[in-house]
Design a protein around this ligand. Structure first.
Ligand code: GRF
Length: 223
């Protein structure tokens, strides 16, 4: 008889700093049956982050860790690793977590730490991505989910989505279009990592049985 052995879902911690709309998309996805990860903890480095209140109201374990109360970056990151290990966290998803992480932290969580960035990496690392895409005259913009390495917004790419740039876009209208795509690809990317389908091999992500499932193209309508 072919009996499947029940396996435990990886426990995910989501780290936020603000409104947490990407965190919400991960939490909602994880509620659906068959989703291969459990959201076990939401942490904010700004205790007043609106996203933390939302997570609390969902009945999720939450923690505000005010980074200003720690001696330095290494102290904060060390305590953070302690909290995550005590909570038996397997994977970390950064979702608008506006803090650089130390090399030690990134090494400890190597290939178990992912981030979403609002550009088509490796273009437009850092801040103000939408205005910079407009200033460069880009005709497409988008977002990327990637494994975290010690350099900012660098690391093996798991999933990307492209969206059109409209002639009359402002940074805000473009940001809203990209954000909608972020909410689609982040839950998919986390699922691929949590289920073991997405693996880092030679600093690139290989996806098992994927026929372009890691890429969503929102094509502009042709005339
Ligand atoms: C998103 O655009 C994300 O890509 C970037 O910061 C923003 C956070 O938004 N890293 P939210 O807090 O998830 O709504």
């Amino acid at each position: 008889m072919n009996q499947s052995i029940p396996t435990k879902k990886p426990r995910v911690a989501i780290l936020i700093s603000g409104r947490g709309s990407n965190m919400m998309s991960l939490v909602e996805a994880a509620k659906t049956s068959g989703y291969p990860a459990e959201i076990a903890l939401v942490i904010a480095n700004r205790p007043e982050a609106p996203g933390l209140e939302w997570a609390k109201a969902q009945g999720l374990p939450t923690l505000g860790m005010d980074h200003k109360l720690y001696e330095n970056r290494a102290h904060f990151d060390g305590q953070l690793t302690g909290v995550l290990q005590t909570a038996k966290i397997d994977l970390i998803a950064l979702a608008g977590f506006m803090r650089l992480l130390t090399e030690d932290f990134v090494t400890t969580w190597r290939d178990r730490l992912i981030n979403i960035h609002p550009s088509l990496l490796p273009s437009f690392k850092g801040l103000n991505t939408h205005q910079r895409a407009l200033d460069a005259g880009c005709k497409v913009a988008g977002c990327s989910v990637h494994f975290v390495r010690s350099k900012m917004d660098v690391g093996p790419i798991i999933a990307q989505a492209a969206v059109p740039v409209h002639a009359d876009d402002s940074a805000d209208t473009l940001a809203a279009r990209v954000l909608e795509a972020e909410h689609k690809i982040y839950p998919n990317a986390l699922a691929m990592v949590a289920s073991g389908r997405a693996k880092v091999i030679g600093e690139q992500v290989k996806i098992a049985d994927a026929i372009n499932q890691h890429m969503t193209l929102f094509s502009p309508k042709l005339p």
